[in-house]
Ligand binder design. Sequence first.
Ligand code: TYD
Ligand code: MG
Length: 488
Amino acid sequence: MVLLMTRTTVRKPKAAGRCEACGAETPKWVGRCPDCGEWGSVIEVEIAAKAPGSGGLRTAPTDLSRPIAIGDVDPLGAAKRPTGIDELDRVLGGGLVVGSVTLVGGEPGMGKSTLTLQALGAMARNGARVLLVSAEESAEQVRLRAERLGALDARLLVVAECSLPYVLALADELRPDVLVIDSIQTVYDPDAAGVPGSMSQVRDCAQSLVRCAKERAIATVLVGHVTKEGNLAGPRVLEHVVDTVLQFEGDRHHSLRMVRALKHRFGPTDELGLFEMTGTGLAGVRDASAMLLTDRCVGNPGSVIAPVLDGSRPLLVEVQALVAPTVFAMPRRSAQAFDNARLAMLAAVLQSRASIDLSEHDVYSSVAGGVRIDETGADLAVALATVSALCDAPFPSDTVALGEVGLGGELRSVTQAPRRLAEAARLGFRVAVVPMSTPDVDGIKLVRQPTLAAAIDAIFPDSTRSLRSSDPRTQVRRRTDDNHGGGR
Ligand code: TYD
Ligand code: MG
């Protein structure tokens, strides 16, 4: 009762509530936080008085704030500083922009700290003054890693610190060209609400760092952890605050790492950076297709090479399939490096349009090397790999398969087919199974097919005959295919 009395008497008209647990703000003090449901966690905070009318913002134009002709704007603000890591510069379209803020997101263990330290080392060697704020690891740990990566340089300054006001003061004092915060989830601003790593802390800290970057023209990099679901408190809430979002992808069990720009205010977002995690850090992969194909077991049934496009980069990947008699009432379709629903659809098309009976079989499919496929150009390869696995007949080792498979079982053309096929030719492939409309490409023979069924017949003429069901609909369809001519 006494407590209640005190609260009522203390409350002032200009006060609002803020939850100490989650940082949510309420228009007035309440006993229970409407956001996180915690009891007694809301405290009263005073709202800072605003200047009447303008809210403290500029109202009369000054020389600095007058609009000018767009051609007269000094473009120096967008000057790029190369990071010295070729693959990273390719993704960034040249380097880090002065005064910009880049968020590097990815699951733990992907190599975010490694890559940023390598880049800092290279930039320091090129004469930049760089500051690494390590809020997760001690300076000793960072030094050990820097030794391993060959990133020891007098211009690379490191501080193990998680207090945001101190970091901002340091940035003011040292005026580095580049500032890296590793990670944004571990820095803490005592003036912001919530515990370290909470949504409100991460957002407030990032906003302060963005302001600092713009005012002092420091290229700033924020490292942020993302979980498998991709939405741990942090990186996702920051995407609209920062200028560039780089995403680290890859399979922890493979050495291949991919870096792509999800958002980029200063360049394209379709470039892909490829790295291999080695004993001495991340090494740029020049010939990605060759690397992805090194471990290929030539002559294995269930393996088909597909020329896919990642961003604007053609990439040859090995699509693998395994078909096993099912023990389930409903056979499984499990895709590892692409959409599961797509595999289920391809299995259904095989069944209904090409009479390949998979009703008693589980189908597993994956892409070797940890690459993820987000496009439909690999459909034909997946379907042919499945057939190859089912009838235990290897797909020809000098052949690639490219094409989207429609629900009618037809093969559809894909974007930039000539570039993909040129990459296949460069790596020594001689034949490509493709949709009818594909234009000729030097150095590779095209086997054009109208339908998936026709492609299967062309590649596996004998092995699939016994698998075909005697469904009358199929007979009709196959006669129609024959009239089509079936490629050349
Ligand atoms: P790290 O950069 O610490 O990942 P993140 O900051 O994204 O959490 O990299 C972690 C992994 O990289 C770790 O499993 C060890 C491995 N690694 C190497 O294989 N070689 C190296 O030279 C370094 C520095 C790390
Ligand atoms: Mg790290």
